[in-house]
Design a protein around this ligand. Structure first.
Ligand code: UDP
Length: 460
């Protein structure tokens, strides 16, 4: 056998181009670099133009490369239609990805493996054309992937007709607990097709990774593994906040939004456990009416609060309300902040969140109880686990007009911040934090699974 001219295995990491899908892959790349694996993270040219990257804290064995998805000037927003975007991305992206693999294959570091987000299931077909190991990396929780598996294979028929929904390994579910693409498949048909397509070629994947950890979802992992073997390798939260095993790993490092000046001095001036952190991630867009109820609920709670409202969302809240929040002396509105640093600040007593999977994991890992206001995609099922399985938060109730009222927001916040229920949640949250640390530490379940993945590369 010809001697390899290089020492490291080389992995291409291909995320779906959005903040919540890039973060876990970038974190996983950093973990792989500590195991001697070279990683090239591939995102779109549009992302390369808009991202703010703290490259100084990244390991030298982690590099970036970019391909065109056909929309270099605006990404998805250039088209506005998800169906058109996804199909063009597949056609143009696969051609460009092939060229990129060819380019690397004539260098000193040919590609050994492609880790891809199954939202981009076509990446696996490209990898297989080159006879390269293909690893699917589900960035959402195992329970969500498992439900999609059930629907895709006709084990759960849509529309769902009988309640509660009973699936081995999952708690009994009401319709409102299921991912939005399950309870309303016709609402976003292109996204529905995308989440189902994840399974169209997965039998060709050599390995399936999930951003979760065994003890967090043990029953789901056991049940799903009987149908489709998976390796939990999460939580992909910066190591500084967990095992400290990855050097300089303190942040998610790549932001698609401009960071605001640090709110840490503001938080440091607040008493321990007195402040609410409010963020609805990178994609949720509330109506003007809902934003107003949230603002009034926060003001009514009497607590300090730090609210991330990205500039593009500011149109949905009046200047007067933003002014009222600032002049109350209690509220600080920001564009985008380093979320881990904020969640780990002692002043934070509660996280009002849309229950995106990364935000949920980050709060669990930092022991912060949550008030969940899930909107769509995986968020309702994440919120179900937060409230009923992990018991680290509560989900708000929506009124008959589809609005979460200020009274409801205020009451949930007060319960989580001040009540016995809240104290219990904090104790539970700290327990999950310990278990997350255990999973990623040396010989923990996730660490072992990452080693298994790396060993598979070495055998190739
Ligand atoms: N985030 C951040 N700064 C902010 C708000 C969010 O760094 O001001 C990060 C957060 O830490 C998380 C990601 O953005 O890693 C959001 O992912 P999530 O899955 O929670 O939601 P999505 O944006 O996909 O809806």
């Amino acid at each position: 056998m010809e001697e390899r001219k290089y020492s490291n295995m080389h992995v291409l990491m291909i995320p779906y181009p959005s903040q919540g899908h890039i973060n876990p892959m970038l974190q996983f790349s950093k973990r792989l670099s500590t195991k001697g694996v070279k990683v090239t993270m591939v995102t779109t040219i549009f992302i390369s133009k808009t991202m703010h990257l703290q490259s100084s804290s990244l390991p030298s064995s982690l590099q970036f490369d970019f391909i065109s998805d056909g929309y270099d000037e605006g990404g998805f927003t250039q088209v506005g239609n998800i169906s058109t975007y996804l199909s063009h991305m597949q056609a143009i992206g696969s051609k460009n990805l092939k060229e990129l693999i060819q380019k690397h294959n004539v260098s000193d570091h040919p590609i050994d493996c492609v880790v891809y987000d199954p939202f981009l299931q076509w990446v696996l077909d490209v990898a297989k054309e080159f006879n390269i190991i293909g690893a699917a990396f589900f960035t959402q929780m195992c329970a969500v992937n498992y439900m999609y598996y059930y629907v895709y294979h006709g084990l759960l028929k849509l529309p769902i007709s009988s309640m509660p929904i009973s699936i081995p390994g999952l708690p009994l579910l009401e319709l409102k607990d299921t991912p939005s693409f399950v309870y309303d498949p016709g609402f976003y048909p292109a996204y529905y097709e995308m989440v189902m397509n994840q399974y169209s070629n997965i039998h060709k994947a050599d390995i399936i990774l999930v951003n979760s950890f065994y003890k967090l979802e043990d029953q789901v992992v056991d049940s799903m593994s009987k149908l489709c073997p998976i390796l939990t390798i999460g939580p992909t939260v910066p190591s500084f906040y967990l095992d400290k095993g990855v050097p300089n790993d303190k942040d998610n490092d790549l932001n698609l939004f401009q960071l605001d000046s640090s709110p840490i001095n503001w938080l440091n001036s607040k008493p321990e456990g007195s402040a609410i952190y409010v963020s609805f991630g990178s994609m949720v867009c509330f109506s003007i009416e809902q934003m107003k109820e949230i603002a009034l609920g926060l003001l009514g709670s009497g607590s300090n609060f730090l609210w991330v409202i990205p500039n593009m969302e500011k149109k949905n809240i009046s200047k007067e309300l933003v002014e009222e929040m600032s002049s109350s002396g209690k509220g600080l509105v920001v564009n985008w902040i380093p979320q881990l640093e904020v969640l780990s600040n002692k002043a934070i007593g509660c996280f009002l969140t849309h229950s995106g999977w990364n935000s949920t994991l980050e709060a669990l890992c930092l022991g912060v109880p949550m008030v969940a206001i899930p909107q769509w995609t995986d968020q309702p099922l994440n919120a179900k686990y937060v409230e009923d399985v992990w018991k680290v938060g509560m989900r708000v109730k929506v009124n008959e007009n589809g609005i979460v009222t200020k009274e409801e927001i205020e009451s949930c916040i007060m319960k989580v911040m001040e009540n016995d229920i809240g104290r219990e949640m904090k104790i539970n949250a700290k327990k999950w934090r310990e278990l997350a640390i255990e999973a990623v530490s040396h010989s923990g379940t996730s660490d072992n699974n990452i080693n298994e993945f790396v060993n598979k590369l070495k055998r190739s």
